[in-house]
Ligand binder design. Structure first.
Ligand SMILES: NC(=O)c1ccc[n+]([C@@H]2O[C@H](COP(=O)([O-])OP(=O)(O)OC[C@H]3O[C@@H](n4cnc5c(N)ncnc54)[C@H](OP(=O)(O)O)[C@@H]3O)[C@@H](O)[C@H]2O)c1
Length: 275
């Protein structure tokens, strides 16, 4: 699989990454159907399949249940050099199913230290601010990206960024960090302005929810009842994304090895078409 250099860093990521919400959390999520969290054996198969496909990017967060802790343990049992992207700011309480947010410098520092312990690393490859939607307030009034950039200066983080929800906030995040993670898929292209800005200003874009959290494939499936159509939906989704040259990687969530394999083939094909 092709890799892309994250501009202004020495990190190279595969054009497809693995999102790991489903490795750690199955409550208060927006997937179309309920699912069991894979046990360690199944999770290891998922990670080994991911590695065999040439994917080196894993995306996690403290808010994804025990995803970080599990990855810390499981990746030791794989022989692969992973680039791990984690986040800071959202705190998910599994007992209530509610999220709270904290973007204060002291909290960010302690969350980073916690992620280092959970992931069993001396430094974090990529850390993104996990926005609650008030992107500009988090950047301007809390100085959250400044805090992350200071931790980068100290050598605890290799690349900083923000997972945003607004165009103005995404552009501000691009101005102050390396990577902006935005939503872009067949049904929603409302943050294209951030992608355009990143392209013009030498910044990097990660895509979340490329399949609208699985709803893209579901819609087509229920309309046409055909696996081929589902496959086409994935290809179309990738085409809709990779045609934007700002995109470094699509972080796609999956706990189904067959999906990871077919998604990888389609990502390679689609990327070759546009780059
Ligand atoms: N605020 C934030 O920072 C934020 C928010 C949302 C997401 N994210 C990140 O972005 C990642 C991706 O987002 P997401 O997981 O919400 O949505 P997504 O990647 O759009 O979709 C994931 C869903 O699509 C299904 N899927 C994958 N490949 C498929 C295929 N070939 N055919 C049919 N279904 C397929 C998966 O089911 P299977 O498991 O069965 O493959 C899963 O339920 C997350 O895991 C997370 O890392 C970040």
């Amino acid at each position: 699989m092709q890799k892309v250099k994250i501009k202004n860093t020495d990190i190279e990521v595969s054009i497809l990454g693995l999102g790991t919400v489903k490795l750690g959390r199955n409550t208060a999520v927006k997937y179309p159907s309920a699912f069991e969290i894979p046990d360690d054996k199944a999770a290891l198969t998922i990670l080994n399949t991911t590695a065999e496909c040439g994917i080196n990017l894993l995306d996690t967060a403290p808010a994804y249940g025990n995803s970080e802790t599990r990855l810390g343990e499981l990746i030791k049992r794989t022989s692969h050099e992973w680039i791990i992207s984690t986040k800071v700011g959202e705190i998910f309480d599994a007992t209530t199913g509610e999220s709270t947010y904290n973007f204060n410098p002291e909290y960010i520092q302690s969350s980073i230290e916690n992620s280092l312990r959970q992931l069993q690393r001396d430094y974090l490859d990529i850390v993104l601010i996990h926005s609650d939607g008030n992107d500009e307030n988090i950047i301007t009034n809390y100085g959250a990206l400044e805090t992350l950039n200071q931790l980068k200066q100290k050598g605890l983080i290799r690349a900083t960024g923000m997972s945003t929800k607004t165009v103005d906030g995404g552009i501000l995040a691009a101005q102050q960090s390396d990577i902006v993670m935005v939503t872009h898929n067949l049904h929603y292209q409302g943050e294209t302005g951030v992608m355009d800005y990143a392209q013009q200003n030498n910044k990097n874009i990660f895509i979340k929810k490329a399949l609208a959290s699985g709803h893209s494939t579901l819609t087509k499936e229920s309309t046409h009842s055909s696996t081929d159509t589902t496959e086409d939906t994935v290809q179309q989704s990738f085409n809709c994304i990779y045609q934007h040259h700002s995109v470094s990687s699509i972080v796609l969530g999956s706990i189904t090895p067959a999906h990871i394999k077919s998604n990888s083939e389609k990502a390679i094909k689609s990327f070759s078409l546009y780059r």
